[in-house]
Design a protein around this ligand. Sequence first.
Ligand code: GLP
Length: 242
Amino acid sequence: MRIYKTKNYDEMSKKAAQIIAAQIELKPECVLGLATGSTPVGTYQNLVKWYQEGSLDFSGVSSCNLDEYKGLSPENEQSYRYFMNHNLFDHVNIDKERTFVPNGLEEDSKQACEMHEQAIRALGGIDLQLLGLGRNGHIGFNEPADHFPKETHCVNLTESTIQANKRFFSDESEVPRQAYTMGIGTIMNAAKILVVVSGEDKADALCAMISGPITPDVPASILQLHPDVTVVADEAALSKLK
Ligand code: GLP
């Protein structure tokens, strides 16, 4: 595991965007695994800026997102499809037909999850997967559990995630209780993984991810077994690492 320590959120965002841009330069027809949440917003802003300046081309890029709330439509401002359009896809020359986010409106969970796995397979797998980190050590929406789920599946969100994510909704009751997420196996199958982490409230989770025991109780700890993981984290997030 490679760890880059940055001074702050802005530096973290720039470094992460440089790594993604390098991936696109190396392989213009690459498949990016993308993430939502507040942490990657600055990373996407840098990518949009470089595209607008003419130094980055998304025309060959395909993407697969980690997760989506079950029940939210693409037009719902809290859906992850809306987030991706708003923060990245609408501002760069990516072909939206080749951007895949689990279908939150598909009520049949099995069908929704199979479709997402199929989309990833059809693209030939993920070259670089971007991840944020939940305060309880979750990645995607893989919550602490007694096993590592293999494929895309439907999860019941934990109370701590509902509490953490309610800041984006006008009322806690509006936070969906279920989501579709890539499994740990889906994530671990990516050729490369890039984790972005910022802030002191993530310090315990990041410490457990990097140096704690590998356990489904801290889903991100499995990344210790992946051969190509890069962590870009700011000083505050790394403050608990010895
Ligand atoms: C959500 C997302 C995760 C994300 C996490 C942390 O639960 N499903 O993919 O990593 O939140 O979000 P934030 O970056 O806002 O702290």
